[in-house]
Design a protein around this ligand. Structure first.
Ligand code: BG6
Length: 454
């Protein structure tokens, strides 16, 4: 593609555009990575160009993007009211773009699916790039159907399934940590690793997102997408290069080998929903009392799934994935727990446990817990922590992934087969939960999870 001429955000009036996409876009413009495009916002609601421009400027300011490039784009952007599931409206949108368009679907999966079907009857200009938000489809079958549809519109390399976790600086740092140091790769296998925990606990509650979240739940919202991809980076074989083909190939290999632990979704998963409580002095209503929540759906707000990667490197190592909302702490990390030493010389006292490498996703830090003789009695083993905190990347994750979309570089976007594998991995869990084979536990908002899980 000879540079994107117009970025069209479909779903421009939504929460995602306001809170994440536009601030990221503003930062990307300020970072001046060579993009030169116009911005068009498309939404279902009426809005004047001026109202839209003010919104864009506000969101850019929220991302602290107030430089000349960001101001110029915010000053001349236009807004179109349209129903993106109607071919005529799509024609009108495409007629108003200049140069090659990037169409960014910031829409719920069902609307995206309908819009893509309508786009097929309209066709898109040569070189068009598509950006699609997660969740990609609503299950394996719908993801496969959507993938089949998309490749009839544009080639796979122009399809950017966006997962902003792949734009997180710490996730990207995993690549450097693993593949630019000789010391870790030697012990990065079932021979030396006891277990891996990938956890993303949030203190945020529903935040008015019932319309989307109540149908997704923690498993689909976080584990099916973000956490399985983080796991793929943690567990993949060293790629020969960081280009899209090599990196995404290596990640997909891991996902293809992944199954729920012991093949039993019932014993390998837990789910829970928060009840009333408080976080940082703010009262949080019970999830099922939030406006827009359908209690009948029994949506979980905390999910845990243990998976195994059935290959030579990882057979026998459990990967515990967990994410939840309205919890007491923002524990967002990858923890590699190593096996204990085969023999501890007689005479040592104290055993603080095996070495442990903790990669925190927020704030960005790496900690290595090691055993050492320490102060005092030299025959007592003490624990020390080597830690390093580092500044986050130049831009928020959305800036990084938008850079990929606008440069038509799919390295940080999720390939069709990887998305399908992620749905395949969680499918038995979704089925077991739907049949109620796994109880829906409860926890107090602001706690660490159900008491029974401790
Ligand atoms: C989003 C989920 O994809 O990721 C949210 O839909 C979640 O529920 C968010 O809060 C977490 O990512 P971040 O980068 O905002 O911490």
């Amino acid at each position: 593609v000879d540079g994107i001429g117009t970025l069209v955000i479909l779903g421009a009036g939504g929460d995602l555009a306001k809170r994440l996409l536009l601030p990221g876009l503003g930062q990307l413009l300020d970072a001046d990575r060579g993009h030169d495009f116009r911005l068009i916002g498309v939404g279902f609601d009426e809005m004047t160009d001026d109202e839209w421009r003010a919104r864009v400027a506000d969101s850019f300011a929220a991302g602290e993007a107030t430089g000349p490039r960001a101001r110029a784009v915010a000053g001349e952007t236009r807004y179109l009211r349209a129903d993106v599931t109607k071919p005529d409206d799509l024609r009108r949108i495409l007629a108003s773009v200049t140069g090659v368009p990037a169409l960014y679907f910031a829409l719920p999966p069902k609307v995206t699916i309908a819009a893509c079907a309508a786009l097929r009857t309209v066709g898109v200009p040569k070189g068009t790039v598509l950006g699609l938000e997660k969740p990609f489809g609503t299950d394996l079958r719908s993801a496969q159907a959507l993938n089949r549809k998309l490749v009839t519109l544009v080639p796979e390399t122009h399809i950017h399934r966006v997962d902003h976790f792949l734009g997180k600086s710490t996730v990207l740092n995993l690549l450097g940590l693993r593949f630019a140091n000789r010391i870790f790769e030697q012990v990065w296998s079932s021979e030396h690793v006891e277990r891996v925990d990938i956890r993303f606990d949030e203190t945020l509650a529903l935040e008015g997102r019932a319309g989307y979240y109540d149908k997704a739940g923690a498993l689909v919202d976080m584990i099916q997408s973000h956490l399985l991809l983080v796991m793929a980076i943690v567990a993949m074989e060293p790629p020969s290069s960081l280009d899209a083909e090599d990196l995404r190939g290596a990640m997909t290999q891991v996902l293809r080998a992944t199954r729920v632990w012991d093949g039993d979704a019932v014993t390998a998963s837990r789910r829970a929903r928060y009840g009333a409580g408080s976080i940082d002095g703010h009262k949080i209503p019970a999830y099922d009392k939030e406006p827009g929540v359908d209690p009948e759906l029994a949506t979980e707000t905390l999910a845990e799934v243990t998976v195994g990667i059935e290959n030579w490197r990882w057979a026998g190592v459990p990967f515990h994935l967990r994410s939840g909302k309205a919890l007491s702490d923002k524990r967002q990390e990858v923890v590699i727990t190593f096996k204990d030493v085969p023999h501890r010389p007689y005479g040592f006292t104290g055993n603080p446990g095996p070495a442990c490498l903790r990669i925190s996703l927020n704030p960005d830090s790496i900690e290595l817990d090691l055993n050492i003789n320490g102060e005092g009695n030299p025959f007592t083993i003490d624990r020390v922590r080597l830690d390093v905190n580092f500044a986050a990347g130049e831009m928020a994750p959305y800036g990084e992934v938008l850079h990929g979309v606008l440069s038509d570089d799919p390295t940080l976007s999720v390939r069709a087969d990887a998305v399908e594998e992620c749905w395949r991995i969680v499918a038995p869990v979704l089925a077991a939960w739907r049949k109620n084979d796994v109880p829906l536990d409860s926890y107090r908002a602001g706690s660490t999870g159900p008491t029974a899980w401790r």
